[in-house]
Ligand binder design. Structure first.
Ligand code: CP
Length: 313
């Protein structure tokens, strides 16, 4: 089966292919006639074992706009709470003959484990600190539309890199498409092997932002910090919050991004978040629906007997 578990296994042209496919859905989603019926008769299960607003809703809207029968399983209402194992949950979902499963899970690698047990394509909607491939695809699409290119840009990804699957997927796509990637974070929120990730490392915000074309802010992921040192929000904002003064270090036409959910006054000042010229936050959400429509379409092509099968591995 074609799965989308992460971007590390995709070739650059495969990432570009998915972004190109998404463009048609951006146009379509802005029109009065949003519906397409290519996934008609197919069952899409969104199994989310972690909270979500953007990813869950956009996968649901994406599936419905393509004509699929979409059902959602949230952890609060699932039998995981009664002690069912992940593998038993996977076999249970599989027994209902879904045609595509979208999974978010708190453990890195959990989505891969489920993909090995089911008979349909699986899309990773975020697994632990591992990957969030559709987020990085929508981020890259947003950058490409705003800046006209990705190659040659300097992108500073700032904040809690250690716990961020968004950062890991963005390293893959941005480096593959020719951007220079910086990470800017306190040493306690950098992964041990950060130098091996092909990024330039900064622990000072002003230095890390200097001349940056794109600044991507990340949330402190306290839910993944289990007992480790958590900075106070006031201290964090003082040294790593994106303020108007700090942003003046970046390129004059800098694009500010945030995958959401944002914590205003912690990692980003409200006036920047709300500035529609500099900030692409709501545009990222819009691109999310289009990218997820593209991924659902492409990954189910083999199953639907479409002539050209998915190019994904
Ligand atoms: N960016 C993102 O994954 O947001 P949600 O957690 O709301 O899905």
């Amino acid at each position: 089966h074609s799965h989308l578990l992460g971007l590390s296994s995709l070739k650059p042209w495969e990432m570009v292919f998915l972004m190109d496919e998404a463009e048609q859905w951006v146009t379509r989603n802005r029109s009065a006639e949003k519906h397409d019926h290519r996934l008609s008769g197919l069952t899409q299960i969104n199994a989310f074992f972690e909270n979500s607003t953007r990813t869950l809703l956009s996968f649901e809207i994406a599936g419905k706009r393509l004509g699929a029968d979409v059902v959602n399983l949230g952890v609060a209402g699932s039998s995981v709470k009664k002690g069912e194992t992940l593998l038993d949950t996977a076999l249970t979902l599989n027994a209902m003959h879904p045609d595509v499963i979208v999974i978010r899970h708190g453990s890195s690698g959990a989505v891969q484990l489920i993909a090995e047990k089911v008979d349909c394509p699986v899309l990773n909607a975020g697994d632990g600190r591992h990957e969030h491939p559709t987020q990085a695809l929508l981020d890259a699409l947003t950058i490409r539309r705003r800046k006209g290119r990705i190659a040659g840009l300097t992108v500073a990804i700032c904040g809690d890199i250690l716990h961020s699957r968004v950062a890991r997927s963005n390293f893959q796509i941005l480096a593959s498409l020719g951007a220079s990637v910086r990470v800017v974070a306190p040493p306690t929120l950098l992964p041990a092997n950060v130098e091996q990730l092909g990024v330039e490392v900064f622990t000072d915000m002003d230095a890390g932002l200097r001349g940056a074309d794109v600044v991507m802010m990340l949330r402190l992921q306290t839910e993944r910090m289990d007992g480790a040192y958590v900075p106070s929000t006031r201290e964090y904002f003082r040294f790593f919050g994106l303020t108007e003064a700090r942003l003046r270090n970046a390129a004059p036409d800098v694009l500010v991004m945030h995958p959401g959910p944002m914590n205003r006054g912690v990692e980003i000042e409200s006036s920047i978040a709300d500035d529609i010229v500099r900030s692409a936050v709501t545009e990222q959400v819009e691109m999310g629906v289009a990218v997820r429509m593209a991924c659902l379409d492409v990954l189910t092509r083999k199953r639907r007997g479409v002539d050209f099968s998915s190019p994904l591995p």
